[in-house]
Design a protein around this ligand. Sequence first.
Ligand SMILES: Cc1ncc(COP(=O)(O)O)c(C=O)c1O
Length: 361
Amino acid sequence: MKYSIQQLMRNEIRTLVPYSSARSEFSGHARIFLDANENWFDASDGKLYNRYPDPLQLELKAKIERVMNLPADKMVLGNGSDEMIDLLFRVFCTPGKDKVMVLPPTYGAYKVFADINAIEVSYCQLNDDFSINFMRLETICKFINSGTPEAGMHKLIFICSPNNPSGTIIPLEAIERIASHFAGIVVVDEAYYDFSDGSTAISLLDTYPNLVVLRTFSKAWAMAGARVGMAFASHAIVAAMNKVKYPYNLSVLAQKATLEVLDKTDEIYRTIRLTIEEREKMTIALKGFDFVEEVFPSSANFLLVRVVDPDGLCTYLKNHQIIIRNRSTVRGCYGCVRITIGSPDENAELLKALRQWEREV
Ligand SMILES: Cc1ncc(COP(=O)(O)O)c(C=O)c1O
Protein backbone atom coordinates (compact mmCIF):
# COMPACT_ATOMS: atom_id res chain seq x y z
CA MET A 1 0.00 0.00 0.00
CA LYS A 2 1.22 3.44 -0.93
CA TYR A 3 -0.23 4.97 2.27
CA SER A 4 -1.05 3.38 5.63
CA ILE A 5 -4.65 3.38 6.89
CA GLN A 6 -3.57 5.97 9.48
CA GLN A 7 -2.26 8.24 6.71
CA LEU A 8 -5.49 7.86 4.73
CA MET A 9 -7.68 8.86 7.67
CA ARG A 10 -8.78 12.46 8.17
CA ASN A 11 -6.42 14.30 10.53
CA GLU A 12 -9.27 14.99 12.97
CA ILE A 13 -10.12 11.30 13.16
CA ARG A 14 -6.54 10.14 13.60
CA THR A 15 -6.26 12.27 16.72
CA LEU A 16 -9.87 11.92 17.87
CA VAL A 17 -10.49 10.93 21.49
CA PRO A 18 -13.75 8.97 21.13
CA TYR A 19 -16.73 9.47 23.46
CA SER A 20 -16.48 7.08 26.33
CA SER A 21 -19.95 5.76 27.11
CA ALA A 22 -20.99 4.25 30.43
CA ARG A 23 -21.47 0.87 28.76
CA SER A 24 -18.02 0.92 27.16
CA GLU A 25 -16.36 1.79 30.48
CA PHE A 26 -18.12 -1.08 32.26
CA SER A 27 -19.62 -3.98 30.35
CA GLY A 28 -19.37 -6.90 32.77
CA HIS A 29 -21.95 -8.38 35.14
CA ALA A 30 -23.16 -6.41 38.15
CA ARG A 31 -26.18 -6.38 40.43
CA ILE A 32 -27.08 -2.71 40.20
CA PHE A 33 -26.33 -0.31 37.33
CA LEU A 34 -26.43 3.33 38.39
CA ASP A 35 -23.83 4.60 35.94
CA ALA A 36 -25.70 5.61 32.76
CA ASN A 37 -28.62 7.75 33.97
CA GLU A 38 -31.04 5.14 32.66
CA ASN A 39 -34.53 4.71 34.09
CA TRP A 40 -34.79 1.93 36.69
CA PHE A 41 -38.33 1.17 35.38
CA ASP A 42 -38.52 -1.39 32.56
CA ALA A 43 -41.73 -0.47 30.69
CA SER A 44 -40.99 -3.22 28.16
CA ASP A 45 -41.76 -6.14 30.50
CA GLY A 46 -38.31 -7.63 30.80
CA LYS A 47 -37.07 -6.71 27.32
CA LEU A 48 -34.76 -4.13 28.94
CA TYR A 49 -35.59 -1.28 26.58
CA ASN A 50 -34.79 0.99 29.54
CA ARG A 51 -31.09 0.01 29.24
CA TYR A 52 -28.55 1.21 26.72
CA PRO A 53 -27.39 -1.49 24.27
CA ASP A 54 -23.91 -2.98 24.09
CA PRO A 55 -21.98 -0.39 22.00
CA LEU A 56 -19.84 -3.08 20.37
CA GLN A 57 -22.67 -5.64 19.98
CA LEU A 58 -20.40 -8.49 21.08
CA GLU A 59 -23.12 -11.12 21.57
CA LEU A 60 -24.57 -10.39 18.14
CA LYS A 61 -21.16 -10.41 16.44
CA ALA A 62 -20.32 -13.77 18.03
CA LYS A 63 -23.60 -15.22 16.75
CA ILE A 64 -23.08 -13.79 13.26
CA GLU A 65 -19.64 -15.41 13.23
CA ARG A 66 -21.06 -18.75 14.38
CA VAL A 67 -24.09 -18.84 12.10
CA MET A 68 -22.87 -16.99 9.00
CA ASN A 69 -19.20 -17.91 9.27
CA LEU A 70 -18.07 -14.27 9.10
CA PRO A 71 -15.13 -12.92 11.14
CA ALA A 72 -16.31 -11.10 14.31
CA ASP A 73 -12.92 -9.46 14.88
CA LYS A 74 -13.06 -7.77 11.44
CA MET A 75 -16.71 -6.68 11.80
CA VAL A 76 -18.42 -3.34 12.41
CA LEU A 77 -22.21 -3.26 12.82
CA GLY A 78 -24.50 -0.32 12.28
CA ASN A 79 -27.83 1.13 11.29
CA GLY A 80 -28.00 -0.51 7.86
CA SER A 81 -25.09 -0.68 5.44
CA ASP A 82 -26.00 2.94 4.65
CA GLU A 83 -24.51 3.90 8.02
CA MET A 84 -21.35 2.00 7.09
CA ILE A 85 -21.08 3.98 3.85
CA ASP A 86 -21.55 7.30 5.65
CA LEU A 87 -19.06 6.24 8.33
CA LEU A 88 -16.41 5.55 5.69
CA PHE A 89 -16.85 9.10 4.39
CA ARG A 90 -16.54 10.52 7.89
CA VAL A 91 -13.44 8.45 8.69
CA PHE A 92 -11.49 8.99 5.47
CA CYS A 93 -12.76 12.01 3.51
CA THR A 94 -11.97 15.58 4.46
CA PRO A 95 -14.93 17.74 3.31
CA GLY A 96 -14.09 20.05 0.43
CA LYS A 97 -10.71 18.39 -0.12
CA ASP A 98 -10.92 14.67 -0.85
CA LYS A 99 -12.75 12.82 -3.62
CA VAL A 100 -14.32 9.41 -4.22
CA MET A 101 -14.89 7.31 -7.30
CA VAL A 102 -18.01 5.40 -8.30
CA LEU A 103 -18.75 3.10 -11.24
CA PRO A 104 -22.20 3.98 -12.59
CA PRO A 105 -24.86 2.91 -13.13
CA THR A 106 -24.81 1.90 -9.48
CA TYR A 107 -26.37 2.43 -6.06
CA GLY A 108 -27.30 6.11 -5.84
CA ALA A 109 -26.52 6.55 -2.14
CA TYR A 110 -22.73 6.70 -2.68
CA LYS A 111 -23.13 10.03 -4.48
CA VAL A 112 -25.70 11.31 -1.98
CA PHE A 113 -23.40 10.61 0.97
CA ALA A 114 -20.54 12.24 -0.96
CA ASP A 115 -22.69 15.35 -1.52
CA ILE A 116 -23.70 15.50 2.14
CA ASN A 117 -20.05 15.27 3.14
CA ALA A 118 -18.94 17.86 0.52
CA ILE A 119 -16.85 15.29 -1.34
CA GLU A 120 -16.43 15.45 -5.11
CA VAL A 121 -17.32 12.32 -7.10
CA SER A 122 -15.40 10.98 -10.13
CA TYR A 123 -17.04 8.47 -12.42
CA CYS A 124 -15.89 5.48 -14.42
CA GLN A 125 -18.96 4.40 -16.41
CA LEU A 126 -19.44 0.60 -16.64
CA ASN A 127 -19.57 -1.04 -20.08
CA ASP A 128 -22.94 -1.64 -21.76
CA ASP A 129 -23.00 -5.15 -20.22
CA PHE A 130 -22.18 -3.59 -16.80
CA SER A 131 -18.66 -5.03 -16.63
CA ILE A 132 -15.76 -2.79 -15.63
CA ASN A 133 -14.07 -0.93 -18.46
CA PHE A 134 -10.46 -1.62 -17.43
CA MET A 135 -8.84 0.50 -20.09
CA ARG A 136 -10.84 3.45 -18.86
CA LEU A 137 -10.29 2.56 -15.20
CA GLU A 138 -6.52 2.19 -15.53
CA THR A 139 -6.24 5.57 -17.20
CA ILE A 140 -8.47 7.00 -14.50
CA CYS A 141 -6.48 5.17 -11.76
CA LYS A 142 -3.30 6.96 -12.84
CA PHE A 143 -5.20 10.21 -12.60
CA ILE A 144 -6.99 9.43 -9.33
CA ASN A 145 -3.79 8.25 -7.64
CA SER A 146 -2.10 11.55 -8.41
CA GLY A 147 -3.11 13.31 -5.17
CA THR A 148 -1.71 12.88 -1.65
CA PRO A 149 -3.36 12.65 1.77
CA GLU A 150 -2.04 16.11 2.61
CA ALA A 151 -3.17 17.81 -0.62
CA GLY A 152 -6.39 15.81 -1.02
CA MET A 153 -6.88 12.62 -3.04
CA HIS A 154 -9.39 9.98 -4.08
CA LYS A 155 -9.92 8.23 -0.76
CA LEU A 156 -12.67 5.72 -1.60
CA ILE A 157 -13.77 3.73 -4.64
CA PHE A 158 -17.17 2.03 -4.47
CA ILE A 159 -17.69 -1.30 -6.23
CA CYS A 160 -21.18 -2.76 -5.93
CA SER A 161 -21.29 -6.53 -6.54
CA PRO A 162 -23.87 -7.78 -7.33
CA ASN A 163 -24.47 -4.33 -8.69
CA ASN A 164 -27.66 -2.38 -8.09
CA PRO A 165 -29.48 -1.81 -10.51
CA SER A 166 -27.92 -4.24 -13.01
CA GLY A 167 -27.63 -7.36 -10.81
CA THR A 168 -24.23 -8.14 -12.34
CA ILE A 169 -21.19 -9.47 -10.49
CA ILE A 170 -17.81 -7.77 -10.56
CA PRO A 171 -15.38 -10.74 -10.50
CA LEU A 172 -12.90 -11.03 -7.62
CA GLU A 173 -9.95 -10.74 -10.06
CA ALA A 174 -11.22 -7.31 -11.05
CA ILE A 175 -11.54 -6.29 -7.39
CA GLU A 176 -7.99 -7.53 -6.71
CA ARG A 177 -6.70 -5.57 -9.67
CA ILE A 178 -8.28 -2.41 -8.32
CA ALA A 179 -7.25 -3.08 -4.69
CA SER A 180 -3.63 -3.52 -5.73
CA HIS A 181 -3.56 -0.35 -7.90
CA PHE A 182 -5.72 2.11 -5.99
CA ALA A 183 -3.97 4.19 -3.32
CA GLY A 184 -7.17 4.68 -1.30
CA ILE A 185 -9.79 2.38 0.25
CA VAL A 186 -11.71 -0.07 -1.96
CA VAL A 187 -15.29 -0.54 -0.74
CA VAL A 188 -17.06 -3.62 -2.09
CA ASP A 189 -20.80 -3.44 -1.41
CA GLU A 190 -22.13 -7.01 -1.24
CA ALA A 191 -25.68 -6.12 -0.14
CA TYR A 192 -27.08 -8.77 -2.54
CA TYR A 193 -24.34 -11.35 -2.02
CA ASP A 194 -26.64 -14.12 -0.73
CA PHE A 195 -28.49 -14.29 -4.06
CA SER A 196 -25.23 -14.80 -6.00
CA ASP A 197 -22.92 -17.75 -6.65
CA GLY A 198 -21.09 -17.06 -3.40
CA SER A 199 -17.66 -15.64 -4.22
CA THR A 200 -16.99 -12.86 -1.74
CA ALA A 201 -14.36 -10.17 -1.38
CA ILE A 202 -14.24 -11.03 2.34
CA SER A 203 -11.83 -13.79 1.23
CA LEU A 204 -9.43 -11.03 0.12
CA LEU A 205 -9.32 -9.07 3.38
CA ASP A 206 -6.08 -10.64 4.61
CA THR A 207 -4.31 -9.78 1.33
CA TYR A 208 -5.58 -6.19 0.92
CA PRO A 209 -5.59 -4.04 4.07
CA ASN A 210 -7.26 -1.25 2.06
CA LEU A 211 -10.40 -3.34 1.41
CA VAL A 212 -13.81 -2.90 3.09
CA VAL A 213 -16.69 -5.28 2.36
CA LEU A 214 -20.28 -4.30 3.15
CA ARG A 215 -23.14 -6.68 3.87
CA THR A 216 -26.66 -6.15 5.15
CA PHE A 217 -29.50 -7.92 6.92
CA SER A 218 -31.95 -5.93 4.78
CA LYS A 219 -32.11 -8.20 1.73
CA ALA A 220 -31.65 -11.98 1.98
CA TRP A 221 -32.11 -11.85 5.77
CA ALA A 222 -35.49 -10.13 5.40
CA MET A 223 -34.76 -7.46 8.03
CA ALA A 224 -34.87 -4.14 6.17
CA GLY A 225 -37.06 -2.68 8.92
CA ALA A 226 -34.58 -3.53 11.68
CA ARG A 227 -31.74 -1.54 10.01
CA VAL A 228 -28.68 -3.73 10.52
CA GLY A 229 -25.66 -3.53 8.25
CA MET A 230 -22.16 -4.96 8.48
CA ALA A 231 -18.72 -3.86 7.37
CA PHE A 232 -15.67 -6.15 7.26
CA ALA A 233 -12.15 -4.77 7.11
CA SER A 234 -8.63 -4.85 8.51
CA HIS A 235 -8.21 -4.10 12.21
CA ALA A 236 -6.97 -0.55 11.58
CA ILE A 237 -10.12 0.32 9.61
CA VAL A 238 -12.44 -1.44 12.09
CA ALA A 239 -10.84 0.50 14.98
CA ALA A 240 -11.29 3.81 13.15
CA MET A 241 -14.94 3.07 12.29
CA ASN A 242 -15.70 2.08 15.89
CA LYS A 243 -14.12 5.30 17.09
CA VAL A 244 -16.32 7.46 14.84
CA LYS A 245 -19.69 5.65 14.94
CA TYR A 246 -22.42 6.73 17.38
CA PRO A 247 -21.68 4.94 20.66
CA TYR A 248 -25.06 3.15 20.71
CA ASN A 249 -25.65 2.92 16.97
CA LEU A 250 -27.60 -0.35 17.06
CA SER A 251 -30.64 -0.32 19.34
CA VAL A 252 -31.53 -3.07 21.82
CA LEU A 253 -34.51 -3.84 19.54
CA ALA A 254 -32.40 -4.19 16.40
CA GLN A 255 -29.84 -6.38 18.16
CA LYS A 256 -32.56 -8.65 19.59
CA ALA A 257 -34.39 -8.93 16.28
CA THR A 258 -31.15 -9.90 14.53
CA LEU A 259 -30.25 -12.45 17.21
CA GLU A 260 -33.69 -13.96 16.62
CA VAL A 261 -33.49 -14.13 12.83
CA LEU A 262 -30.15 -15.92 13.14
CA ASP A 263 -32.11 -18.82 14.68
CA LYS A 264 -34.19 -19.08 11.50
CA THR A 265 -31.46 -20.03 9.07
CA ASP A 266 -33.44 -22.93 7.54
CA GLU A 267 -36.31 -20.61 6.60
CA ILE A 268 -33.99 -17.86 5.41
CA TYR A 269 -31.93 -20.20 3.21
CA ARG A 270 -35.10 -21.80 1.83
CA THR A 271 -36.47 -18.35 0.97
CA ILE A 272 -33.22 -17.37 -0.72
CA ARG A 273 -33.36 -20.54 -2.86
CA LEU A 274 -36.98 -19.85 -3.73
CA THR A 275 -36.19 -16.23 -4.66
CA ILE A 276 -33.39 -17.42 -6.95
CA GLU A 277 -35.73 -19.98 -8.57
CA GLU A 278 -38.36 -17.28 -9.04
CA ARG A 279 -35.73 -14.96 -10.53
CA GLU A 280 -34.87 -17.59 -13.14
CA LYS A 281 -38.57 -18.27 -13.91
CA MET A 282 -39.28 -14.54 -14.18
CA THR A 283 -36.30 -14.09 -16.50
CA ILE A 284 -37.72 -16.68 -18.90
CA ALA A 285 -41.28 -15.37 -18.61
CA LEU A 286 -40.26 -11.74 -19.17
CA LYS A 287 -38.19 -12.65 -22.23
CA GLY A 288 -41.41 -14.00 -23.79
CA PHE A 289 -43.12 -10.58 -23.94
CA ASP A 290 -43.05 -8.60 -27.20
CA PHE A 291 -42.44 -5.33 -25.35
CA VAL A 292 -39.37 -6.71 -23.52
CA GLU A 293 -36.13 -6.01 -25.38
CA GLU A 294 -33.64 -7.41 -22.87
CA VAL A 295 -33.54 -9.04 -19.45
CA PHE A 296 -30.08 -8.66 -17.96
CA PRO A 297 -28.63 -11.69 -16.15
CA SER A 298 -28.92 -11.06 -12.41
CA SER A 299 -27.20 -12.39 -9.29
CA ALA A 300 -29.47 -10.37 -7.00
CA ASN A 301 -33.15 -10.38 -5.96
CA PHE A 302 -34.19 -8.11 -8.83
CA LEU A 303 -34.08 -7.96 -12.60
CA LEU A 304 -33.14 -5.06 -14.84
CA VAL A 305 -35.38 -5.21 -17.89
CA ARG A 306 -35.22 -3.09 -21.04
CA VAL A 307 -38.71 -2.45 -22.38
CA VAL A 308 -40.27 -0.52 -25.24
CA ASP A 309 -42.16 2.06 -23.17
CA PRO A 310 -40.86 2.15 -19.56
CA ASP A 311 -42.90 5.21 -18.53
CA GLY A 312 -46.13 3.77 -19.93
CA LEU A 313 -45.47 0.39 -18.32
CA CYS A 314 -44.73 1.85 -14.88
CA THR A 315 -47.88 4.00 -15.00
CA TYR A 316 -49.99 1.07 -16.17
CA LEU A 317 -48.72 -1.14 -13.35
CA LYS A 318 -49.12 1.66 -10.81
CA ASN A 319 -52.77 1.93 -11.82
CA HIS A 320 -53.00 -1.78 -10.98
CA GLN A 321 -51.32 -1.08 -7.64
CA ILE A 322 -48.08 -2.78 -8.65
CA ILE A 323 -44.98 -0.67 -8.18
CA ILE A 324 -41.72 -1.30 -10.03
CA ARG A 325 -38.74 1.05 -10.32
CA ASN A 326 -38.33 3.15 -13.43
CA ARG A 327 -34.59 3.42 -14.16
CA SER A 328 -35.00 4.62 -17.74
CA THR A 329 -33.41 8.04 -17.20
CA VAL A 330 -30.27 6.60 -15.59
CA ARG A 331 -27.26 6.68 -17.93
CA GLY A 332 -26.47 3.09 -18.96
CA CYS A 333 -30.01 1.94 -18.15
CA TYR A 334 -31.94 3.73 -20.88
CA GLY A 335 -35.33 2.13 -21.41
CA CYS A 336 -34.95 0.00 -18.29
CA VAL A 337 -37.12 -0.82 -15.32
CA ARG A 338 -35.96 -2.66 -12.21
CA ILE A 339 -38.26 -5.35 -10.89
CA THR A 340 -37.76 -6.85 -7.43
CA ILE A 341 -38.47 -10.58 -7.21
CA GLY A 342 -41.52 -10.96 -4.98
CA SER A 343 -43.29 -14.00 -3.58
CA PRO A 344 -44.49 -16.57 -6.16
CA ASP A 345 -48.03 -15.11 -5.87
CA GLU A 346 -46.81 -11.54 -6.34
CA ASN A 347 -44.73 -12.55 -9.36
CA ALA A 348 -47.72 -14.39 -10.88
CA GLU A 349 -49.85 -11.24 -10.41
CA LEU A 350 -47.20 -9.12 -12.07
CA LEU A 351 -47.05 -11.50 -15.06
CA LYS A 352 -50.84 -11.42 -15.32
CA ALA A 353 -50.80 -7.60 -15.41
CA LEU A 354 -47.99 -7.69 -17.99
CA ARG A 355 -50.02 -10.01 -20.24
CA GLN A 356 -52.88 -7.51 -20.07
CA TRP A 357 -50.50 -4.64 -20.89
CA GLU A 358 -49.16 -6.59 -23.87
CA ARG A 359 -52.69 -7.06 -25.22
CA GLU A 360 -53.48 -3.37 -24.74
CA VAL A 361 -50.42 -1.81 -26.40
C1 LIG B 1 -26.22 -1.85 -3.14
C2 LIG B 1 -26.86 -1.43 -1.89
N1 LIG B 1 -26.11 -1.17 -0.83
C3 LIG B 1 -26.66 -0.79 0.33
C4 LIG B 1 -28.02 -0.66 0.46
C5 LIG B 1 -28.57 -0.17 1.77
O1 LIG B 1 -28.85 -1.24 2.57
P1 LIG B 1 -29.25 -1.08 4.10
O2 LIG B 1 -30.70 -1.35 4.18
O3 LIG B 1 -28.41 -2.11 4.80
O4 LIG B 1 -28.89 0.32 4.53
C6 LIG B 1 -28.84 -0.92 -0.62
C7 LIG B 1 -30.31 -0.76 -0.50
O5 LIG B 1 -31.08 -0.90 -1.39
C8 LIG B 1 -28.26 -1.31 -1.83
O6 LIG B 1 -28.98 -1.56 -2.92
